[in-house]
Write a protein of this length. Sequence first.
Length: 482
Amino acid sequence: MFEIIKALITGKNKSSNRLNSSTSLGLHELQPIVGRHQANDDHLAVIDTGTVLADNVVTSILEVETVGERTSDTAKFTQRFLGRQAVLDRSQQVIGYELMQRQASDTSGKSQDESLRLLYDEMLLNSVTKLGMNDLMKDKQLVISLSPKSLTHRLLQEIKGKGVMLAVKIGADPGSDLLKNLQQLRMDGFQLILEDYAPFPESAPFLKLVHYIQFHVARFDAISLGKQTVAVLKEGEARLFAKGVDTEEDFEVCRRLGFHLFQGHYFAQPRQPMVHSIDNDRVQVMELLNKVMARAELPELEEGFKHDAMLSYKLLRFMNSAGSNIGVEVRSISHAILILGYEQLYRWLTLLLFTSGKLDQSSQAIMKSALVRARLAELLCLNKMTPAEAEGAFIVGIFSLLDALLNMPMAQALERIQLPAPVLDALLRQEGCYAPFLALAIACEDFDLDRIAKLAVICGLNADAVNTAHVQALMWAEDIER
């Protein structure tokens, strides 16, 4: 956890503002987003992704426009957005991500959609190779769902043996070539997933070959899911992968049935029943956040640290670490605060809020999601705002999962923290200057590609800008943990 806090501050290689800096953490009132039609006030209206401005109407994901110009049919296909969802193990640690550039609805047809599916597969493989996703795979798995006909694509040779898991849905008549192709891919070092498994007579050779068998748990009740898992485990040594784990009951049933990997919305939402109080460690951090936000004088900030010996220890440990790049020994809290400055001290305390108190397994997954979401929102804003203004988007992204971390309603979670109006507008009312960028960052982790496309139009961003920021945010969060 200490390494995460250290990297949060040093990872961006930004010079620290000193205590007498006039910069206000990027949380001050912002100007309207460039190129967006505005009302008379300074903020965007509440987001309605079902309604887009008349000159930028999106009727389908393949008709997304770029920067006000209607694209050609060919270009429309390249305007595909990346969606992701975390993959976790039994201890709720994030072990990788699934990426996709198509909606499930894109493959609803047969002959017409088969060519589209192959095109989408190629674009996804191109994204993995061209956007530097291999750097993400140093210690994480990347799950890619491909059609059977894409398993011989030339780009797979560029990413083989680099932590890539290939998910393939197999029909009732798979054919002999598919089995041979999967055997070769396994020899090349790919992990294989039998996607969205449904029993069929010729499944036995595939069950023996793949590493994971994936079940979409929403399609089964507990009894039928148990029967299916027992049946497939008799056929080979593959492990079980649960997709669509959206409730605590889903997770508990799958865990008891012996599932090894999990994916779903359950891992980044408040748990029931909700708590009614915040532990003392986090209350202390919140009080210091308020003092930094209010630009408290040095003696007052120093006094706040003296009330918590562990906070003082963590701050001095960070300041005297090799990664801080300070070059001098820091022996006092006042010296450390002076060197850090308000902005970096605030960022350090923000993440410390997530790593303080009682950390259970779910808190680790929530913190990882918060890091990616915060950095992505900040990078998206950098396309339309100044770096100082985009700092506010980082704070919005971090705090957007505070309700899940503390297991209480957002309004109650924010009661002890003094935040500027634009940040509160985004967190409590989903409106204001930061709201569309936060909504876009959330959509990227929900596999909701239609919503991503609509929100990108609202934010004035095209697929290249969003996808690049998305990948950079993922790699930034992974670098922090290394």
